[in-house]
Design a protein around this ligand. Structure first.
Ligand SMILES: [Zn+2]
Length: 398
């Protein structure tokens, strides 16, 4: 069993130790020390990182015999090591973890919601509580209570107890171990069995902010940040709001109102634009009728456009066909690097536009197909577009 220096003093950053075993874990060199300040991943709290001599510690795990295994970037030959933990990472974990104890108790006191699990993530942390459909007012009250306990700078103490002493503490949950029980006390507020690392007074947490909450597996999941993370979150959000208010030429508090107004305006303009487009297409269709050429039993409308939307052209074709019988429409669209084709014919004609499209698309190095009365295609040889349309016309007249 490795002596857990982080239990005796979570503020210990540097220590000396002896390597008791060299090993390989998942293909990486690893060592076991007689004592360590490196916290192994457990209880929702991620492991520490840092150095043993000059070698980076990349992962820390606790095995079944309570030995702490340090996975290393490269092997260490010596048996004595000087350890140094990454304090910024550790203190961040202490802030989130201590904040979690307070948050969990605040949920019990405010709405009788018990914490089922805790996860300390890279960006934000979560607790899952056994109550669903939480409302904004309740969550705000929880957040307020948690921050009151933080601002009162209460002592956070650790008690190592025997199982028969457990009754002395009003613990939030029962310990998962039967010996070396460790109770974390937030003075006059919360008692919780825990093996993690915690701040020694609540003021060090700084602030706790619930970022969002949602229904999750019959209960709720609460996303929160503490300490430096909360400050970074606040700075980030303030910057976003600043940018938005500059873009919108609006005060921050007027942003929701002004964004909603833009949404309404956009919706109106969108539908107005659609109406105008339809009207315009109607006029365009009427003008196109004069370009229809009568060729024996069949009328042909052949035309090339520049940068037109296929949806608009389909609508245009259908409008032309409405007032003209026995008509074949051969549309080409010229774009910068692409040529598109749209062939449509009246219902009463027996041509197969799909087959025609397949034949003609070869001219523009492309592909296409469709139904007997409507077909679409496209290709890369824009310069061959006119030739392709002429070919389609020739096939029809044959
Ligand atoms: Zn804890």
């Amino acid at each position: 069993m490795t002596t857990k220096l982080f239990h005796e003093d979570p503020y210990l950053q540097a220590f000396s130790s002896t390597i008791t075993e060299h090993m390989q874990v998942s293909g990486k060199p690893a060592v076991i020390l007689d004592q360590t300040a490196f916290y192994p991943t457990s209880g929702g709290q991620p492991h520490d990182t840092g150095r043993l001599n000059d070698v980076a510690v990349v992962d820390v795990i606790e095995d079944e015999s309570h030995r702490i295994v340090h996975l290393l970037k490269e092997p260490i030959d010596l048996d004595r090591v000087e350890g140094q933990i990454n304090w910024q990472r550790r203190f961040d974990h202490m802030q989130q973890h201590t904040g979690q104890h307070i948050l969990s108790q605040a949920f019990i006191r405010t709405c009788e919601a018990e914490t089922i699990s805790f996860h300390l993530g890279e960006e934000s942390s979560t607790i899952d509580v056994d109550k669903s459909s939480l409302n904004f007012e309740t969550v705000t009250a929880v957040e307020k209570l948690a921050n009151r306990i933080i601002f009162e700078n209460r002592q956070v103490r650790t008690h190592f107890i025997r199982p028969d002493e457990l009754h002395r503490f009003a613990v939030r949950k029962l310990p998962s171990v039967e010996e070396n029980i460790r109770i974390i006390e937030v003075k006059d507020f919360d008692y919780s069995p825990c093996g993690g690392t915690h701040c020694s007074c609540t003021g060090e947490i700084g602030i706790l902010k619930i970022r969002r909450f949602e229904n999750y597996k019959g209960g709720s999941r609460i996303h929160f940040v503490c300490g430096w993370r909360a400050l970074r979150d606040y700075q980030h959000n303030t910057e976003i709001l600043k940018q938005l208010s500059e873009i919108m030429s609006s005060s921050v508090s007027d942003l929701p109102k002004n964004v909603r107004k833009i949404q309404d305006d956009t919706k109106y303009l969108h539908s107005e634009n659609n109406n105008l487009k339809k009207k315009l297409l109607q006029y365009e269709a009427q003008a196109l009728v004069s370009e229809i050429e009568k060729r024996g039993h069949v009328n042909i409308l052949k035309k090339t456009f520049k940068d037109r939307h296929p949806k608009d052209l389909k609508l245009l074709a259908s409008k032309v066909l409405k007032s003209n019988l026995n008509t074949v429409i051969l549309f080409g669209v010229e774009e910068e690097k692409k040529a598109s084709l749209l062939f449509v014919c009246s219902e009463e004609l027996t041509f197969n536009m799909g087959d025609l499209m397949k034949t003609v698309c070869a001219k523009i190095d492309g592909r296409g197909g469709g139904q007997p009365h409507l077909a679409q295609g496209g290709g890369s040889r824009v310069e061959k577009l006119e030739e392709a349309l002429q070919c389609a016309e020739d096939v029809i007249l044959r």
